[in-house]
Design a binder for this molecule. Structure first.
Ligand code: ADP
Ligand code: ADP
Length: 211
């Protein structure tokens, strides 16, 4: 299965991507995670991406598209993948179609996770990440054992001012993707409200995978 997840920051894409990819036995490819790993490693790609990420802007398409093309060319993505956070605008979606076309493959489903602004702000403001394991927690909804542990950090782009801008960027640049995939007949939409397990059930049902 070749699948992309679309939805506002904080909708729970990363959380669901982890679970769904494991259930389906396909790699989870999160462009945000790849960028963050490059930023912390101080690579040339990280240096290019950092200022955009800090500002809550999209990293330029030419940087992002090349990175995704390289990742999709790896062996583990040959028979399926779950993309989390890509594509994020219509141009990226067209490039993805081209990359797949050249490999005689097609995208199966674009799964949209819907959530209100209030809910995503609540989710983003409580999001904390473990430095050592990368696991994502929520102070209220999925609390870590020790909320004051020095191992936990808040993503710099989860601060309120940047969150507000990321939501604007989503509405202006990413939301048009929904129409793009609807026109291709590939869009499935689920409500991202509720327990993580409930949302997973909805997602698996929507993409036609056994629960
Ligand atoms: P969230 O999970 O909150 O939606 P991500 O981890 O997916 O956020 O992305 C964090 C940041 O990384 C984005 O704000 C953007 O700067 C950059 N980024 C991630 N994916 C893309 C992409 N497909 N195109 C451009 N920038 C991206
Ligand atoms: P995204 O990748 O879309 O930005 P995440 O998966 O990182 O979103 O989730 C954002 C925050 O919300 C995290 O702190 C996560 O623990 C929490 N979260 C995810 N799914 C749910 C849910 N169904 N209910 C409550 N909180 C959730």
């Amino acid at each position: 299965m070749r699948l992309v997840l679309v939805g506002p920051p904080g909708a729970g894409k990363g959380t669901q991507a982890e679970i769904i990819a494991e259930r389906l036995g396909i790699p989870k490819i999160s462009t945000g995670d790849i960028f963050r790993a490059n930023v912390s490693g101080g690579t040339p790609l990280g240096l290019k991406a950092k200022e955009y990420m800090d500002a809550g802007e999209l990293v330029p398409d030419e940087v992002t598209n090349d990175m995704v093309a390289d990742r999709l060319a790896q062996d583990d993505a040959k028979d399926g993948f779950l993309l989390d956070g890509y594509p994020r605008n219509t141009e990226q979606a067209k490039v993805l179609d081209r990359i797949l076309d050249e490999a005689d493959a097609t995208l199966d489903v674009a799964l949209e996770l819907t959530a209100s602004d209030d809910e995503v702000v609540r989710r983003l403001s409580g999001r904390r990440v473990s430095k050592s394991t990368g696991k994502v927690y929520h102070l209220e909804f999925d609390p870590p054992a020790d909320p004051d542990s020095p191992d936990l950090y808040q993503r710099s782009d989860d601060k309120p001012e940047t969150v507000k801008h990321r939501l604007e960027v989503y509405a202006e640049q990413t939301a048009p993707l929904i129409g793009f995939y609807e026109a291709q007949g590939k869009l499935k939409r689920i409500d991202a409200l509720g327990e993580v397990a409930e949302v997973t059930e909805r997602a698996l049902a929507a993409i036609g995978a056994p629960a």
